[in-house]
Design a protein around this ligand. Structure first.
Ligand code: BDR
Ligand code: CA
Length: 329
């Protein structure tokens, strides 16, 4: 049997983070070593609580621990500037993102978060790992991972690769140019991009073509297991909150892409930076699309310009269906 892929999730749960976590826990090809929570869609107290809810919904509380991470972005809130002024850090009761309920519609947790901070847990976990042993899947702002890299750069060779949801080439969703995860902590994202790790970015360009519908949700709901019902509810919730009849399950696409990179289309290997200059483009990803001869720097990122919607849905459905079959055994 092929060895399981050792992964660590970093989440700001979050409606689409919830589905990503379900996939990371239920896909038997993964060994999920732990979940780190970070401020982003909600303050970290809530993203930690929501992540524990999802772990318990999957019945994984004896195997998977959630660690509470950073409450504030590294630098962006230190001085007043254009885009973030009012929004970060997001405080309970002031949640501008109805996409992401303060508390996911799941029972109150019966277990607690790990008793250490996510950043020190990550450093210690990586320091005892073999080189190239662990894959990181961040689907929120990159604060925890950047902080860990700054505390101890000997963790970097231990990371097999980073497959992250974030960025955009076509324009932003949080500002005209910035995708939320990158915009929410631009300096952290730039630290990670400059780390030398193998990085795959799953940006809006990919997630917004791999969309889900109410019909997809119904198919999942018919499986009638707690995780399948949660995924269906999150899809319906996101569609209800949008101005269309589809939704991008951004974060779960990054999980799928770890073992099935073929779900991503038109992946270019190029140089990507984050605009940290605090102007109108603060938090935008700058993707070098010039032909290689014109680029000044070595590529640091695999950047996906598209994705296969059907492949992605079939993956999510298969993971949920096989979980149901295992429950019946
Ligand atoms: C990203 O931002 C968050 O709101 C989602 O959870 C996702 O990680 C999409 O831009
Ligand atoms: Ca997220």
């Amino acid at each position: 049997m092929e060895e399981k892929r050792k992964i660590i999730m970093d989440v700001d749960t979050g409606s689409d983070d919830a589905i990503a976590l379900v996939m990371a826990m239920l896909d038997p090809s993964f060994e999920l070593l732990g979940v780190m929570a970070v401020s982003g869609n909600l303050e970290v107290k809530l993203t930690t609580d929501n992540s524990i809810r999802v772990v318990e919904c999957c019945g994984m509380q004896d195997k998977v621990k959630v660690y509470r991470g950073c409450d504030y972005p590294l630098a962006s809130t230190l001085t007043p500037h254009l885009p973030q002024t009012d929004l970060l850090p997001i405080r309970e009761g002031h949640n501008p993102y109805s996409f992401h309920p303060d508390r996911l519609p799941l029972p109150d947790p019966i277990t607690k978060a790990g008793d250490r901070n996510a950043v020190s847990w990550l450093v210690d976990t990586l320091m005892v790992a073999e080189d190239g042993e662990i894959t990181l899947i961040p689907v929120g702002p990159l604060t925890n991972i950047a902080a860990a890299m700054r505390i101890e750069d000997r963790i970097i060779p231990k990371i097999r690769e980073i497959v992250l949801m974030g960025g955009s080439h076509i324009g932003g969703n949080e500002s005209a140019a910035g995708e939320f995860n990158i915009w929410a902590d631009p300096e952290a994202a730039e630290i990670v991009l400059q780390s030398g790790c193998k990085i795959t970015m799953v940006p809006l360009d990919a997630t917004e073509v791999a969309i889900s519908t109410h019909e997809d949700a119904e198919k999942m709901r018919a499986l009638d297991t707690p995780p399948a019902r949660l995924c269906a509810d999150m899809i319906d919730h996101r569609i209800a909150d949008s101005d269309g009849d589809t939704t991008a399950i951004n974060d779960a696409l990054a999980v799928c892409a770890v073992l099935h990179p073929e779900v991503l289309k038109n992946v270019i290997h190029t140089t990507v930076h984050v605009d940290i200059s605090r102007g109108f483009g603060y938090g935008a990803t700058i993707v070098d699309l010039r032909s290689p001869g014109w680029r000044k720097e070595a590529p640091n990122c695999y950047f996906a310009m598209g994705a296969d919607r059907e492949y992605f849905f079939n993956y999510m459905y298969r993971v949920l269906k096989e979980d149901k079959e295992r429950r019946a055994q």
